[in-house]
Design a protein. Structure first.
Length: 87
């Protein structure tokens, strides 16, 4: 990813998600209740989804806008393929 407007926020969010996932790993190692672990895994998944949204918005606002201005339809096609994988 090129340096965009939200790079620092993305890095911070990924750091928090990593810490959260490590905490979930510790819960599993400690034999904590499966329901608690599943709730926390859901929270980690939501954190990652939110980071993905920020990156996608940055990509649309910068890379794709520039690609469309430059008639770079390959970039638009790659975006479509990426969205298919993301969803």
């Amino acid at each position: 990813m090129e340096k965009h407007e939200h790079t620092k926020a993305v890095i911070n969010r990924l750091s928090r998600a990593t810490g959260h996932l490590n905490a979930v790993k510790k819960m599993v190692e400690e034999g904590r209740d499966c329901s608690e672990v599943l709730v926390q895994l859901s929270a980690v998944r939501a954190e990652i989804a939110n980071v993905s949204k920020v990156i996608l918005k940055d990509h649309l606002d910068h890379c794709i806008v520039d690609a469309v201005k430059g008639d770079d339809m390959l970039a638009v096609q790659r975006l479509s393929e990426t969205i298919d994988k993301l969803l």
